[in-house]
Design a protein around this ligand. Structure first.
Ligand code: NDP
Ligand code: 8X3
Length: 257
């Protein structure tokens, strides 16, 4: 017997102003899911809200302000309180410099956003899901958390945290009917590289040139697939990359094909 697919009732999507987050919001709205959408760019959140028919609650929020994050989620409107899906998506990389050449502020911003921000959201929303015995956290990790590359230093470290935290959190939640999944994408074209290269479009475009690239909507489809699995199924890790991308290990041969 196949049990029915799950339809999330109220979903939080962090980083809904762009990329995976925005595309996921559009798809979940089509399922009738009520959405709490976060990001720092209010206008983009409002534009997105205007394209969506289900109820939307906007939170203009900087994840690095963890006190604000806690307060925002403690004061959700009544209709949005029973959150049963949290998509910890917001995050960023800054630069590909060797650590000795990197601005410490960039490293700290990645830690504040990708680790501390994700933790603040999770701390704020997990107790309610446990109390209601219903919930799903989908963290957006990365292949960068598994495979090292030159200049990845802090970003890879933050995503290693996300990948591993997701598995360890599952151990705490056994028997609580709260699922945890981690999607770990490789190179996918979004605004990610524009941010990483601080607006240098030529450098950003190079990342996706010369091979059959993947785009944000393809990852969003997979996030929705994770979120709609029947309740007794927990897809724990989902690593995905373009067919034309593969890990290069330690590159000991010096040959990069
Ligand atoms: P985008 O740059 O397109 O989107 C990033 C989102 O994160 C934006 O909505 C942005 O919103 C939000 N964000 C960044 N910093 C903050 C902050 N301080 N407070 C609140 N929101 C913030 O990139 P992607 O869609 O590609 O990235 C989404 C996630 O996927 C990230 O965690 C990224 O690390 C991860 N990832 C991306 C891959 C890729 O190749 N694209 C591969 C693997 C993982 P705003 O600027 O409005 O605040
Ligand atoms: C983003 C993918 O390889 O640029 O997480 O770090 S990568």
């Amino acid at each position: 017997m196949t049990l029915p697919l799950y339809t999330p009732s109220v979903a939080v999507i962090t980083g809904a102003t762009s990329g995976f987050g925005r595309e996921t919001a559009l798809r979940l709205a089509k399922l009738g899911t009520k959405l709490i959408l976060t990001g720092r760019r209010t206008e983009r959140l409002q534009d997105l809200q205007n394209q969506i028919d289900t109820p939307v609650h906007i939170l203009t929020q900087d994840l690095c302000d963890t006190a604000q994050v806690a307060s925002d989620f403690a004061n959700l409107p009544d209709a949005f309180q029973d959150v049963d899906l949290v998509i910890n998506n917001a995050g960023l990389a800054l630069g590909v410099n060797a650590l000795q050449d990197k601005d410490v502020a960039d490293s700290l911003t990645m830690v504040d956003t990708n680790i501390k921000g994700l933790l603040a959201v999770t701390h704020a929303l997990l107790p309610g899901m446990v109390a209601r015995k219903k919930g799903h956290i989908i963290n957006v990790g990365s292949t960068a958390g598994t495979f090292s590359y030159t200049g990845g230093n802090t970003y890879c470290g933050t995503k290693a945290f996300v990948n591993h935290f997701s598995g360890t959190l599952r151990a705490d939640l056994k028997g609580k009917n709260v699922r945890v999944s981690c999607i770990e994408p490789g190179n996918i074209e979004t605004e990610f590289s524009d941010v990483r290269f601080k607006g240098d479009k030529d450098k950003a475009d190079t990342v996706y040139a010369g091979y059959r690239k993947m785009v944000g909507s393809e990852i969003a489809d997979m996030i929705v697939w994770l979120a709609t699995q029947p309740e007794h199924i927990n897809v724990t890790h989902l690593e995905v990359m373009p067919t034309d991308q593969a890990p290069n290990g330690l590159n000991c041969t010096g040959i990069d094909t």
